[in-house]
Design a protein around this ligand. Structure first.
Ligand SMILES: Cc1ncc(COP(=O)(O)O)c(C=O)c1O
Length: 394
């Protein structure tokens, strides 16, 4: 169509925008194309509609996901066995959006004391500002959960295992108590990669993952997911996503789709190395406690054994009491293969020292706790690295 229907020939500047040149058709590959788009085209004026419901109305706007984003959503949903998944720009964005979608002024939300700190901070700094009451409960609560629930409790968060202190929760018991009180249950299922714990089969209504971690798997992207149990929950979530404007990058989704292909082999290798190192560390005289869900020394180990199908590569160690903060930090600094940095679940082993002094309602670990992320290095080399660093603590 070099000529327009009204007879005019296209200027080269117009051709830059409306080209008649095409690549050959019939390309087939194993990868999902990266569709980047804000504008999505409608067939005619009457077809224009501003709805987030892409499954019903077709594609309407890039904010609600291009095919790359929606393929990732569908695949995460398939793995978690949920009703539908929404992709967010990061795990923390998923946490924020769940709170915004399912809470309103006058409601009460319950959060485990062991939760990822920014989750706690969103409740304390943002939800309270908008009239939501915020309460905390011990991660070990099971049947006793009922005493924390109120008439206006609308959402109960779980994170299992908890961040840094690694408490595994009795999610079915918490969900039962929450449901009896008319509250929804949301779970941060990041450690289990949405795989090692079948959240919906254990009573959870809404799951989120930081896909940044095991699904991405290579420390080079930020993404999150929210998966819901049913249509009614999906309606509330989609309507919230539309007005919050939380869009995910198709480029990052393409990397996450690639990450999914190797998730099984990465998780298996990481699980084996992490267990080897956790068991070895448990025998070391410098270590008081190994907080690995698959070890009996981890609070809630019995729930891991009952409910999980495997373990991931993040766990913590607590040093014996005499060790000072400087000695614990010295251990981390002496490691040569373990790098120091936030986030986890990539291929590189990491070590971060935390300080719980003065943090209310947390175990008495003080400055003695170090979280390890086990990567894909040779496990013998990692053990030698840990051994050398422990040897330098005296
Ligand atoms: C358990 C857990 N949930 C959520 C997040 C937030 O994920 P993101 O870094 O993608 O915002 C993190 C990040 O460290 C995490 O550890």
């Amino acid at each position: 169509m070099l000529r327009l229907s009204f007879g005019m020939t296209k200027n080269w500047k117009t051709k830059l925008i409306h080209s008649d040149a095409h690549a050959p058709e019939g390309f087939r590959a194993l990868t999902t194309p990266v569709y980047r788009a804000s504008t999505v085209l409608f067939t005619d004026a009457a077809a224009v509609t501003d709805t987030w419901k892409q499954y019903e109305a077709g594609y309407t706007y890039g904010l609600y996901g291009t095919p790359t984003v929606l393929e990732l959503a569908a695949r995460v949903c398939e793995l978690e066995d949920g009703f539908r998944t929404v992709i967010t720009p990061g795990g923390q964005a998923a946490i924020a959006m769940i709170n915004l979608a399912y809470l309103q002024a006058g409601d009460h939300v319950l959060i485990p004391e062991s939760v990822y700190i920014p989750n706690r901070d969103f409740a304390g700094r943002v939800l309270r500002k908008f009239g939501v009451e915020v309460g905390y409960y011990p991660p070990g609560a099971s049947a006793g959960m009922a005493s924390f629930l109120r008439e206006n409790t609308k959402l109960v968060w779980c994170e299992s295992p908890g961040s840094i202190t690694m408490e595994v929760q009795d999610v079915p018991a918490i969900a039962e108590a929450a449901h009896r009180a008319g509250a929804l249950v949301a779970l941060d299922n990041t450690w289990a990669a949405g795989i090692l714990f079948d959240a919906f089969a254990h009573g959870v209504d809404i799951t989120m993952q930081a896909l940044t971690k095991y699904v991405g798997g290579h420390s080079d992207l930020l993404l999150g997911s929210i998966t819901v149990r049913d249509e009614a929950l999906y309606q509330r979530l989609g309507a919230t996503q539309q007005v919050v404007g939380c869009a995910a990058s198709p480029d990052d989704c393409s990397l996450a789709l690639r990450g999914l292909k190797t998730l099984a082999v990465r998780l298996a290798a990481i699980e084996e190395s992490a267990l080897t190192l956790a068991r070895w560390l448990a025998q070391r005289p410098e270590i008081e406690l190994v907080l690995h869900p698959a070890l009996p020394s981890c609070p809630g180990h019995e729930f891991w054994k009952r409910d999980f199908t495997g373990s991931a590569g993040v766990f913590s160690v607590v040093f014996q009491r005499p060790f000072t903060k400087a000695q614990v930090e010295g251990f981390v600094n002496a490691l040569e293969l373990f790098e120091i940095g936030y986030s986890w679940a990539g291929v590189t082993s990491l070590a971060v020292a935390y300080d719980f002094h003065g943090v209310p309602n947390r175990p008495d670990y003080g400055h003695r706790i170090v979280r390890l992320n086990i990567g894909l290095e040779d496990v013998g080399d990692l053990k030698s690295d840990l051994e050398a660093a422990l040897g330098r603590m005296k």
